[in-house]
Design a protein around this ligand. Structure first.
Ligand SMILES: C[S@@+](CC[C@H](N)C(=O)[O-])C[C@H]1O[C@@H](n2cnc3c(N)ncnc32)[C@H](O)[C@@H]1O
Length: 273
């Protein structure tokens, strides 16, 4: 079970009269990977184990948070698409304020901090405050999804390149280079695209990508409740319709190799009954 609220550790560090520690702490921007704790890097586990305080978002699993020292304080700044628990500027200021108290701060983010993770903004805020800030990469969701589906992101004769894009539509629709994404022989991975799947499929087909192009949706990649749904670009919206949870849309000829999730025995029994 996750220990979401913990008391702040007793801070035995020397603190100057203005409330700042005489020796500033530091900030680690750490990628927690896609969810499976086994996909955490050894370096990430080591850094988490040395934290005074962990500032984490909603996609970090409880098994990973449990690697923090018992005395470490856990702060959840969970971000959801339409519900920002803490605005990004406040998160930046929080990291700086905690490090200025002399603490070792671990900013733990789902996947990789620099892939749609706003890690660059946090790094810039720490640098502007004169703080030491180090980045530990993480396994981004696309790598976990492709691995468990057995569908390579690049594949000789099917995908010479891979592009990661966001399907998040801040101004009505995602601002993407559709003609470039519609070229064949490449894989396009769309993060945060579940709710805009219909629009994305429409734009890609209008720009020339065949509706028969193989596609794959992976929900909760690497977690116990992972779902893999092979489909086609033409069927993407329909396949996405009732899904929820963190999901990736993957489009490209190499997705032909994708394996669907195994259907649990219980479901088979129900269907055949
Ligand atoms: C704000 S982005 C963060 C991406 C993260 N930094 C990464 O490198 O994976 C959140 C989106 O990443 C994708 N995502 C994150 N974890 C996922 C998972 N376990 N399975 C499928 N998609 C995931 C989803 O598209 C989700 O909406």
């Amino acid at each position: 079970m996750s220990r979401l609220v913990r008391p702040a550790p007793l801070n035995k560090r020397l603190v100057a009269l203005d409330g700042r520690a005489t020796k500033p702490g530091m900030v680690w921007l750490v990628g927690a990977g896609p969810g499976d704790p086994d996909l955490l890097t050894i370096k990430a586990a080591r850094v988490i184990g040395q934290a005074d305080v962990i500032v984490h978002d909603g996609l970090v699993s409880s098994e990973i948070l449990d690697l923090a020292p018992a005395a470490a304080r856990l702060i959840d700044v969970a971000k959801r698409k339409s519900r920002h628990t803490l605005p990004q500027d406040d998160i930046n200021q929080l990291l700086v304020a905690l490090a200025n108290q002399g603490l070792t701060v671990v900013r733990l983010k789902g996947g990789d901090p620099f892939v749609f993770g706003r890690g660059g903004e946090e790094l810039a805020a720490c640098r502007a405050a004169g703080l030491d800030c180090q980045v530990v990469p993480g396994v981004t969701a696309a790598l976990a999804a492709s691995a468990s589906a057995g569908a390579p992101l690049t594949h000789r004769g099917a995908a010479q390149s891979v592009t990661f894009v966001t399907g998040h539509a801040a101004h009505g629709e995602p601002d993407l280079d559709w003609p470039a994404l519609a070229r064949p022989n490449q894989t396009v991975v769309i993060y945060m695209g579940l709710t805009t799947a219909g629009l994305i499929a429409e734009r890609l087909t209008a720009a020339g990508r065949a509706p028969s192009t193989p596609a794959l949706i992976v929900v909760n990649a690497s977690r116990a409740d992972e779902q893999r749904l092979p489909t086609t670009l033409g069927q993407l919206a329909e396949t996405a319709a009732d899904l929820s949870g963190p999901a990736l849309l993957m489009v490209g000829e190499a997705m032909r190799l994708a394996q669907a999730s195994e259907i649990p025995d219980a479901v088979l029994v129900r269907v055949s009954a």
